[in-house]
Design a binder for this molecule. Structure first.
Ligand code: ASP
Length: 314
């Protein structure tokens, strides 16, 4: 195939309650800096003619290694005080996918999901068996306390106080931090990857949308690549990521309209909160959200920008 197409890459670092008053300049700069690092990691792959899958995984790996996001290092705490990680990857050219839920020891869950994508026999692994397989496949493994972070611990302690006797989780104060990337490479192939620690104080064993192909992650060369962030239960019930693709393929809607409907008309009207990033097979992209803000950015052959609220962060 001839290389004629321009590339685009979008990333997110989570949607949720992001109060302009509570986010200090110092914190904001650290976050924006790590978003830029992630864009650079993905851009390097794409500009060298690499694949969309490699680019989204490089961008997400970079965000997983930053403790400012709820994925990999810096993941939130679950009910029992441990971290349970999720990630998924999908390739639009062949609809291959890989996903992991409830990993406790894989340093970069997105890289394990990429290993699963590369085979045809299994899409999704969970729990200690996932960790054992990741280790066998040569993924870098760490102790669960590698993911510890004081800020996330404080969030968890506050959440525990608020819902001491509750069996289920109160989602009313969504904290952002899940990460994701979507890209189109110079061969015209799209891909998507998403990674998270889930929701603060989630039940041990709970699985969110990030691990589920079609809900938090989807990619199809016929339409687009999508990565979501928000209250996972709504994104699962609204099958947000594949809905965008299906509205485009079967409903003939544009990327922008399909994404708007998925976020604002479907999961939003069910009571959900969050956002998505999506890139179409024509290279156009969109990043709608119905939460207080969403860390996000994009890079193309021509420009690179990072946003938190509605206006650009320089
Ligand atoms: N969607 C993630 C989950 O429910 C959380 C997030 O996006 O912040 O696990």
């Amino acid at each position: 195939m001839s290389r004629k197409q321009k590339f685009s890459l979008c990333i997110h670092g989570g949607a949720g309650v992001i109060s302009q008053d509570e986010l200090s300049d110092k914190e904001k700069n650290l976050i924006v800096n790590d978003l830029r690092k992630s864009l650079a990691a993905g851009e390097k792959v794409l500009a060298n003619g690499g694949s969309a899958v490699e680019a989204v995984c490089a961008a997400v790996e970079s965000l997983e290694n930053s403790e400012h996001f709820n994925a990999g290092k810096g993941a939130v705490y679950a009910r029992g005080g441990k971290h349970f990680l999720e990630a998924s990857v999908m390739e639009g050219a062949n609809l291959q996918a890989g996903a992991v839920a409830n990993s406790e020891r894989v340093k970069n869950p997105v890289l394990f999901a990429k290993e699963l994508l590369a085979n045809k026999d299994v899409v999704m692994m969970s729990g200690t068996n996932a960790d054992a397989l990741a280790e066998k496949l040569g993924c870098e493994m760490v102790d669960n306390n590698y993911f510890d972070n004081d800020f996330r611990k404080k969030q968890w302690e506050q959440a525990k106080k608020l819902s001491e006797d509750a069996i289920f989780l109160d989602h009313s104060n969504l904290k952002m931090g899940t990460v994701g990337a979507v890209a189109i490479d110079m061969d015209g192939n799209v891909a998507s990857a998403t990674s998270t620690g889930g929701m603060t104080n989630k039940l041990d064993g709970r699985v969110g949308d990030t691990a589920i192909i079609g809900c938090g992650t989807y990619a199809n060369n016929k339409t687009c690549a999508v990565s979501c962030t928000g209250i996972g239960e709504f994104f699962i019930r609204a099958t947000v990521a594949s809905l965008v693709s299906n509205l485009m393929e079967f409903g003939k809607l544009s990327l922008e309209e399909a994404s708007r409907i998925a976020i604002h008309e479907h999961q939003g009207k069910m009571g959900g909160e969050g956002g998505l990033i999506a890139v179409g097979s024509d290279g156009k992209f969109t990043m709608p959200y119905n939460s207080g803000g969403m860390y996000r950015g994009f890079v193309t052959n021509e420009e690179k920008k990072v946003f938190i609220w509605d206006e650009e962060e320089l």
